[in-house]
Design a protein around this ligand. Structure first.
Ligand SMILES: *Cc1c(COP(=O)(O)O)cnc(C)c1O
Length: 399
């Protein structure tokens, strides 16, 4: 396998990713169109403002927005969009952030949307100097709570689309936008991981942010799309706090190539291939003692399903988290989707596999389940200890 050569050379484990598009695993398989475009631009000079003008046209075509640009990440897009709502095109104010006195510096977010995507959403807002005004409670938010929080200092309202947010009791986006707009408040939507490039602007968002390195298969990048003035105000932050979030020519070109490849991608064909992989796993694991397998649709309506594996530790003789840890161990690590593993289940995501890897995954899963079933003692470690040791391991880097 030539594509894994570089990992071997660096003595890095060749990961098989059934977790999803995860920053900690290198996000996604970059599409060949993006790799080719990045190769072409790397040795050349280009006027970056013109390159971003070109980006604006491509982004507008795909999202239906008035304008757009590429930044480093969705997270930087959140900070830039918020900063733009605070400063407008006041170049001096842009240089002064995060110190900003006297203007609009409050940003409203539903409590159920204050999630962590690797870092807190809320911190991407606070980086600008804005204060986050949380509305509602984790599990509910009503229109009166939103309206009551809007003041003359409100700069923007941020809405998060994610499997991590609380999935009930939140304000639906169209209603959220209606309330915000009635009070002249712009709405910024974090849609980092969403396949639908038009829906959130159609539902009333003023600015929407996507990751370029997730489903799109671009290099590390973020896409900012929306109304022209607000997009311009966000872009101007490159002269201020976004300088440390500088995006290079290669990532702009790569993200655009990925966007254009997305337009032409055989979505039906990919979904069919993913279905076949899911059925292979479902069939291959059916009927095993203490193991329930089912297919589950994506919680934010992306057109994809995942394979859910629930373990009964008494019968399977291994907990879901010990099972995930065993798959991740060794010289051919398989990393599963484990954000709900404390409930006794995990998911296999079919979106980031190279051809034939689905068979390696199935074989290894069966191996681990068989080992557990035949081991002299059941493998049941404490979840509590797992949580503590994970934090401990984090703090030991680089050792
Ligand atoms: C992944 C993710 C982000 C961060 O995206 P980056 O482009 O990696 O910065 C932000 N919000 C949500 C909901 C995400 O899923």
């Amino acid at each position: 396998m030539s594509r894994s050569d570089i990992r071997e050379r660096l003595q890095l484990r060749p990961v098989i990713n059934v977790a999803g598009t995860m920053t900690y695993l290198g996000s996604s398989i970059v599409v060949p169109e993006a790799i080719e475009a990045m190769n072409q631009i790397l040795p050349e000079f280009v006027e970056m403002a013109d390159l971003q003008r070109h980006a604006s046209k491509v982004i507008s075509r795909l999202t239906g927005s008035e304008a757009g640009f590429i930044t480093t990440s969705c997270a930087s897009g959140i900070s830039m969009a918020v900063a733009g709502c605070m400063t407008g095109d006041d170049l001096l104010a842009i240089e002064k952030l995060p110190h900003y006195r006297g203007g609009k510096n409050e940003v409203i977010v539903q409590a159920g949307h204050m999630v962590n995507f690797g870092a807190p959403v809320e911190q991407a807002i606070r980086l600008t100097g804005a204060e986050v005004v949380s509305i509602g409670q984790a599990t509910s938010c009503a229109p009166y709570q939103f309206e009551g929080a809007i003041t003359e200092r409100t700069a923007a309202a941020v809405y998060v689309i994610s499997h991590h947010v609380v999935h009930y009791g939140q304000l639906p986006l169209p209603l959220f936008c209606e309330i915000a707009h009635r009070h002249g408040v712009p709405v910024i939507v974090d849609a980092a991981s969403e396949y639908d490039l038009r829906r959130f602007l159609d539902e009333g968002a003023d600015i929407v942010l996507y990751s370029g390195h997730k489903f799109l298969g671009g290099p590390t990048s973020g896409i900012v799309a929306g109304h022209k003035d607000q997009v311009r105000h966000a872009w101007l932050q490159n002269r201020g706090l976004a300088r440390g979030m500088k995006v290079g020519k290669e990532n702009i070109i790569g993200a655009l190539a990925a966007l254009e490849a997305w337009e032409k991608r055989d979505h039906q064909g990919i979904r069919l291939r993913e279905k076949q992989i899911l059925q292979l796993w479902e069939k291959g694991l059916a009927g095993r003692v203490g193991v329930s397998v089912s297919l589950e649709p994506d919680p934010t309506d992306n057109p994809l399903d995942r394979c859910k594996i629930a373990l009964n530790p008494k019968l399977a003789r291994i907990t879901a988290w010990d099972f995930a840890a065993e798959l991740a161990a060794g010289s051919l690590p398989i990393i599963v989707r484990d954000h709900l593993v404390e409930h006794g289940y995990l998911y296999l995501d079919p979106c980031n596999l190279h051809p034939e890897e689905e068979h390696i995954v199935l074989k290894r899963i069966i191996e681990v389940l068989d080992q557990a079933a035949n081991a002299p003692t059941a493998r049941v470690t404490s979840w509590q200890e797992r949580v503590a040791s994970k934090q401990k391991a984090l703090l030991q880097w680089p050792d």
